[in-house]
Design a protein around this ligand. Sequence first.
Ligand code: ZN
Length: 151
Amino acid sequence: MIGFRSYMETALAEARAAGARGEVPVGAVVVAPDGRVVAAAGNRTRELNDPTAHAEVLALRSACAAAGAERLPGHDLYVTLEPCPMCAAAISFARIGRLYYGAEDPKSGGVAHGARVFAHPQCHHAPEVYDGIGADAAARLLKDFFAGRRD
Ligand SMILES: [Zn+2]
């Protein structure tokens, strides 16, 4: 079985590609129960003029389209940054089994910070959450990106 680190490596590659496009460098990967990567995406909010085009949302849309289903039970989602409240809600709606994320996001995150969507009584499905996977690399990408934009 391919380890979770290699899935996060794929998510990090998506994050780097997003940064190269001028997008906030966040990447996400959806893995099927049999271990296949069924979707990979990076942020495209600027390119698509779409505030909802976060990496997680794009990856979920793509994985659902491939599966021909609105839910992805037993699937795992890997993302380089703690999901925001919108993405956390989408992850819940998609019935994702396990969420692995890299860097924490005290400013905009909605899992361990802020809205803490999965801990909310209105949340009908919460994935198992594993944080800190590849966190250093993900945080460095974001830091470099925002440092570069201040030039
Ligand atoms: Zn988001």
